[in-house]
Design a protein around this ligand. Structure first.
Ligand SMILES: C[S@@+](CC[C@H](N)C(=O)[O-])C[C@H]1O[C@@H](n2cnc3c(N)ncnc32)[C@H](O)[C@@H]1O
Length: 226
């Protein structure tokens, strides 16, 4: 079942007094997502940024299980930023930084990227964002990844995607229709269209990882020198 949450904390679920929000999808998908990152990031160290962190639960999970990497959460929404701060405080892990306020539709992301922020990135991870946002958010995500990823850096994009313009499951097609009815600028994105953004940003699609519930993780990196 596809996941459709624009803003956490508005669905009647309890919000912890410190602001921690809970995403039901996290409990279903976090182990499979983390396993992909563990495979690609094994033996590496450096800084990784999560774009559109939402509640902050994924970034805490990554920091706990992938301790050689410093994790930088980010989001645009004030409630989500508060939740990330609270999950980070509760986790007491030394390898998670305070969240950055990043509007992905700005290709520069935020001034801190070049001033006190992570600088060159080993990884950018982004889950369930580009279909619940206008296309310019995907454009800014790729432009920023192209700008900030280091030579061996990779961009991980998790969610439902179309392949060759076709949905990979009927449930994704239904989900896509409901998204577009809610906002004509939203919708399940086509991998080929994302590859064009990658090319413009100096990245290539390295691997498509099949995930549970008709989701995929798309892995982008720098083209290999020939
Ligand atoms: C469906 S939630 C996914 C949250 C989290 N990645 C997860 O999988 O649990 C989408 C997230 O994208 C964020 N978002 C939407 N538009 C954004 C933008 N222009 N820049 C940065 N984040 C944005 C929302 O605030 C929200 O936290």
């Amino acid at each position: 079942m596809a996941e459709y949450v624009v803003e956490f904390g508005k669905d009647g679920r309890p919000v912890e007094p410190d602001g921690r929000l809970d995403a039901p999808a996290f409990h279903r998908n976090h182990q499979a997502i983390r396993a992909v990152l563990q495979r690609f990031l094994a033996g590496k160290s450096g800084d990784a940024m999560e774009a559109g962190s939402g509640t902050g639960q994924h970034v805490v999970d990554f920091a706990r299980h992938i301790p050689d990497i410093t994790w930088w959460p980010s989001d645009l929404n004030d409630q989500h930023l508060k939740s990330i701060v609270a999950w980070r405080a509760q986790a007491q892990l030394s390898n998670i930084r305070l969240p950055l306020r990043i509007d992905l539709s700005d290709p520069a992301w935020c001034p801190e990227m070049q001033d006190g922020g992570p600088g060159e990135l080993l990884a950018v991870f982004c889950a369930n964002v580009v279909h619940i946002a206008p296309w310019r958010v995907a454009e800014g995500l790729f432009a920023g990844a192209g700008r900030y990823l280091r030579a061996d850096g990779q961009l991980f994009l998790y969610g439902p995607f179309k392949r060759d313009g076709k949905h990979t499951a009927i449930s994704n097609a239904v989900f896509d229709t409901s998204l577009r009815e809610g906002n004509p600028e939203w919708g399940v994105r086509d991998i080929e269209a994302l590859e064009r953004l990658a090319t413009a940003a100096g990245l290539v699609l390295v691997e498509i990882v099949e995930m549970p519930s008709n989701n995929l993780t798309l892995v982008f990196g720098r083209p290999k020198a020939t």
